[in-house]
Write a protein that binds this ligand. Structure first.
Ligand SMILES: Nc1ncnc2c1ncn2[C@@H]1O[C@H](COP(=O)(O)OP(=O)(O)OP(=O)(O)O)[C@@H](O)[C@H]1O
Length: 560
């Protein structure tokens, strides 16, 4: 067999872009995208993407390997650009619409972006970002995405303000060639995506993924969640957040109907579920919390699959969401791995357990997905696997085909997380249970060390979420002269709570459920917790507040 080698018939570069052409054949007349009064079929989406890709290259002059950015919520153009930009041979960089102008400016310069597609509501943001470019530095071309269905340009958007825009998105569609031969990657390791991390623990880092990695994680995510053909997929997860965990390309593979929406709250989601017969949706735990705290909700008529990841989902929130008729799946991933690489693979026999026990098991992050090569929890001193006792903490490490190529222009940062031993170091601290399922206990930067004991902030938070009056909770370290650090809890109280709990009551509640050293010594009540642009609680901000607190809380916070 020695002379049987890879050849040109069996080694065309892997890429998820081919899913679109296939969808146009198999599902050509079926609805691909719905947004307010606009809808397209898969055949139309295919043609529109080819036209945009053709215009990006031939009219706007973008070359293979150059970066093209998009700043947009979940509207049809955002979906199409996930195909059109890489089909033009360019590298897609989606930018979070909630970032500030300075950060956007840094990202555009860092990525040397050549072209930016800008949703109408981000016009001011992008113009401010561009105005921060140093004199004489090249400015990317701007294309406006004017929303046909919600024609609201920001107040300052007089025609003069729109002058810097080269053209409108629909003009690109109109000018493009339908018979455009899209640029296949020359090599499956060619960069396809540049995503900046959320910046929860440090400044955002530019993660680069290749076609091969995205192909692997996209198919893996469909299999892992058991997504059937032609589901109805509601876009409650921002596509700018790790490309909607790769379901942007995945929905084309299965011919789904993508329900797009600009913004949402609990009632909007529930209304869209009813109107469109939604079968699948994704969201960080904050979305589950929003749904389960929506007043006067009637249980769903048909079960809806909801995949949650991005932050630890407290068991109490999982339980409340499932009692509304959602079927929750729980996954874990990072921008650096493209999507979900670990999930709480559900065992049929667990269905017989009481609901609270099911929720406790489901709150664990779980096992590697089928296409992830290996995961482990290792002791950083010895480099060996920790004991699988559900107690001994270590760092979660991964290896597999969907791990990023590296951080853009940051070899030192890349080397720090991907060392010669072949592991990618996640920076997350976890334990391994005896059944082979792992559970995250914290981010390494958030572990609280009290009297020499490691306290998992996630574990304390999960107890706080079980309190009927607690809406959101975050636990951080507060410096303590005697213990070194002690847990300090920040909580918001649920709307409609008649009798607000006191600090003493919350502490007493935690004492019933946690060892003494894990119980928060201080509980601070607030109307809102600070969040990152991807909706994660900003513990770094809370840590700063906790540091300044001795016996009395900082201004704006109260200990009832
Ligand atoms: N199911 C989950 N349970 C607990 N934590 C999770 C889960 N899924 C993701 N996470 C957390 O989210 C992190 C990945 O988030 P993301 O890639 O959006 O950037 P970030 O880590 O928030 O930002 P930065 O790296 O810039 O601090 C993981 O490292 C982990 O801490």
């Amino acid at each position: 067999m020695d002379n049987l080698k890879p050849n040109s018939a069996n080694s065309s570069p892997l890429t998820p872009l081919g899913f679109l052409e296939r969808a146009s054949i198999v599902y050509g007349d079926s609805t691909s995208v719905v947004y307010n009064h606009t809808s397209y079929t898969w055949s139309q989406t295919h043609t529109r993407c080819l036209r945009v890709a053709s215009s990006i290259g031939s009219w706007l002059g973008v070359k293979r390997g150059q970066v093209v950015s998009v700043i947009s919520p979940n509207i049809p153009a955002m979906y199409e650009l996930h195909f059109a930009v890489p089909m033009a041979g360019a590298v897609l960089n989606t930018i979070n619409t909630r970032l500030d102008a300075r950060t956007v400016s840094v990202m555009l310069r860092h990525s040397e972006s050549k072209l930016v597609f800008v949703d109408q509501l981000s016009v001011d943001l992008i113009l401010d970002a561009v105005s921060l470019f140093p004199p004489n530095s090249p400015i990317p071309r701007l294309v406006l995405i004017a929303d046909q269905d919600e024609a609201i340009l920001p107040s300052s958007s007089s025609s003069k303000v729109l002058d810097p825009f080269y053209c409108d998105y629909e003009e690109l569609v109109g000018r493009g060639a339908t018979d455009f031969k899209w640029l296949r990657p020359e090599n499956e390791w060619d960069p396809m995506i540049l995503n900046y991390t959320s910046g929860t623990t440090s400044s955002p880092k530019g993660v680069v993924h290749c076609h091969r990695g995205i192909f692997i994680v996209t198919l893996d995510s469909l299999i892992d969640w058991g997504v059937p053909k032609q589901p109805v997929f509601l876009w409650t997860l921002p596509m700018f957040h790790a490309n909607g965990w790769c379901y942007t390309w995945g929905t084309a593979a299965v011919g789904a109907t993508n329900i797009c929406l600009r913004r949402f709250d609990g009632p909007v989601i529930l209304d869209l579920i009813r109107r469109h017969g939604v079968t699948h949706m994704c969201g960080a735990p904050v979305v589950l919390n929003m749904l389960s705290n929506t007043p006067n909700v009637e249980p769903l008529k048909n079960p809806v699959q909801i995949l949650t990841a991005g932050a630890p989902p407290p068991a109490a929130v999982l339980h409340r969401t499932e009692s509304l008729g959602f079927v929750v799946s729980h996954g874990y991933g990072l921008t650096e791995v493209g999507g979900i690489v670990v999930s709480c693979a559900w065992k049929r026999e667990w269905n017989r357990l009481p609901a609270t026990e099911r929720a406790r098991l489901k709150a664990r992050q779980g096992v590697r997905t089928v296409a992830t090569t290996e995961i482990d929890v290792i002791d950083l001193n010895s480099g060996l696997s920790v004991r699988p006792d559900g107690q001994t903490m270590g760092e979660i490490v991964l290896r597999g085909g969907c791990i990023m190529l590296g951080y853009l222009n940051d070899p030192a940062g890349t080397a720090k997380v991907m060392s010669d031993d072949g592991w990618f170091y996640t920076g997350d601290v976890g334990v391994m249970h005896s059944d082979g399922y792992l559970e995250i206990k914290d981010r390494s930067k958030d572990v609280i060390i009290s009297g020499g004991e490691n306290v998992s902030s996630v574990e304390v938070e999960s107890v706080l979420y079980g309190h009927p009056a607690v809406d959101e909770a975050a636990v951080v370290a507060r410096p303590d002269e005697y213990w070194g650090e002690t847990p300090c809890a920040f909580v918001t109280v649920r709307k409609g709570t008649k009798v607000r709990p006191t600090e003493k009551e919350i502490v007493a509640y935690c004492r019933e459920k946690l060892p003494h050293y894990m119980v928060p010594k201080v509980v601070v009540f607030s109307d809102e917790l600070p969040k990152t642009s991807t909706g994660k609680i900003q513990k770094s901000v809370l840590k700063e507040i906790a540091k300044t607190m001795r016996t009395s809380p900082a201004v704006g916070w109260s200990r009832i």
